[in-house]
Ligand binder design. Structure first.
Ligand code: FAD
Length: 385
């Protein structure tokens, strides 16, 4: 893809300035916060006031212009400051709000999306369950019709933002046995719904974001909270998840850039054997390789975003972008930690934070093995690299 336009570059600078002032200085403290509620929730309102939650959304629903490229710019810069903080915003906008905006009927979308884009309402997206990870067809949480409402029973696990979310988009089985994609519907459930209990789950990385385990015990949800068609809602959401891969790729890219910058600073200032570490050719080669791989990942992420913006087929490019960007971020973060030595191993060092934060990107938005399967199938049908 071509480089960013002048307007897009200006937007990048604005987001980068915000991140430098409001996110980067707090990232370590958020990461070390051991309370059950470390997420910096004020960011929803702050980014909503700036109009950034609405980037890429239809103006009729409160969107603020821009498109996929601007959304990538935003996630890349936010994740450079704190990948955990960026993850909460990503789930809120690019999964929960996007599913409502793209799949729900207009009444439901108009009822919730504008308040989500100002940050007044927070959202979560819940499909994972104890027995349903990469394989979504194993979803068991059930929604039984009862007059003009549905009754939900079952559990969800590892759900970002769901400890506090006002609205949780829940994938539920309304028909057919587990093992089938058919029969999966999506409901917009109030976080305060009676019978819903939520508990936080401690984790290795992305620690400022909050993960919840959810139990639905006869939760009554009005039928008008159905997102998309009955039995087909999840299938309709696949396009939203495919778009999400592009933005998840941008998030991983931002994390990788932060790791590269930290590594460059460290090897330029840490002296051993009478010279900075960067005087060693092996170190310089490592920095060059980190830069080169990130440059490749950037190209893939932004060219997928460009195709999405142009309305061209982009699914396989989204898989390629997410795959390469996430694995690049993991590799770059590991090299960053390696170059830091013991200094990077300390809990107040960003290097070890990047190393812990990066791994989820390889499973999130579809495990990378599944991306490889999809790429293989596309190649068999003539996809050209
Ligand atoms: C920080 C974090 C945030 C999350 N946020 C959310 C959220 O907001 N909403 C939500 O619904 N879920 C969320 N999840 C859960 C996420 O959706 C799952 O991690 C993901 O779907 C993979 O499922 P799993 O972790 O159970 O792994 P499994 O599916 O059990 O896979 C385990 C391993 O096997 C590999 N594997 C799986 N299938 C195959 C295959 N066919 N071939 C080869 N290898 C395979 C995987 O790549 C992985 O390495 C989150 C998880 C984390 C850790």
């Amino acid at each position: 893809m071509s480089e960013l336009s002048a307007t897009q570059e200006e937007f990048r600078s604005q987001v980068a300035r915000f991140v430098e002032a409001e996110i980067t200085p707090n990232a370590t403290a958020w990461d070390l916060d051991d309370s059950p509620h470390p997420y910096p929730r004020h960011l929803f309102k702050a980014l909503g006031d700036l109009g950034w939650l609405g980037v890429g959304f239809d103006e009729a629903l409160g969107g603020s212009g821009g498109g996929p490229i601007e959304r990538c710019v935003m996630f890349e810069e936010l994740a450079k400051g704190s990948a955990g903080a960026a993850l909460g915003i990503y789930v809120h906008t690019s999964l929960a709000a996007a599913a409502l905006a793209n799949i729900a009927n207009l009444d439901l979308a108009e009822r919730f999306v504008p308040s989500m884009l100002t940050g007044q309402l927070t959202g979560a997206w819940a499909y994972a369950e104890p027995d349903s990870g990469a394989d979504v067809t194993r979803v068991r949480l059930s929604a039984h019709p009862d007059g003009d409402q549905f009754v939900l029973n079952g559990s969800k696990m590892y759900i970002t933002n769901a400890t506090f979310a006002d609205l949780i988009l829940v994938v539920a089985r309304t028909d057919a046995e587990p093992g089938k994609l058919r029969g999966l519907s999506v409901f917009a459930v109030d976080g305060s719904c009676e019978g819903l209990s939520r508990s936080s789950m401690p984790k290795l990385g992305m620690r400022p974001s909050e993960l919840a385990e959810l139990h639905f015990d006869n939760c009554v949800v009005p039928a008008d909270r159905l997102v998309g068609e009955l039995h087909r809602g999840f299938r309709q959401c696949l396009a939203v998840l495919s778009q999400g891969r592009v933005f998840a790729g941008a998030l991983a890219l931002g994390l990788g850039r932060a790791a590269l910058e930290a590594a460059v600073t460290h090897v330029g200032t840490r002296e051993q054997f009478g010279a900075p570490l960067s005087a060693n050719q092996a170190v310089r080669m490592t920095i060059a390789d980190m830069t080169t791989r990130l440059r490749g990942a950037r190209h893939l992420v932004y060219s997928a975003a460009e195709k999405l913006a142009l309305g061209e087929p982009y699914d396989t490019d989204a898989s390629v972008a997410k795959l390469v960007s996430s694995e690049t971020a993991t590799w770059v973060s590991e090299r960053c930690l390696h170059l830091h030595g013991a200094n990077g191993y300390m809990l107040d060092s960003p290097a070890q934070r990047f190393y812990r934060d990066c791994k989820i990107n390889e499973w999130g938005e579809g495990a990378n093995e599944l991306q490889r399967e999809m790429i293989f199938e596309a190649v068999a049908k003539g996809y050209r690299p």
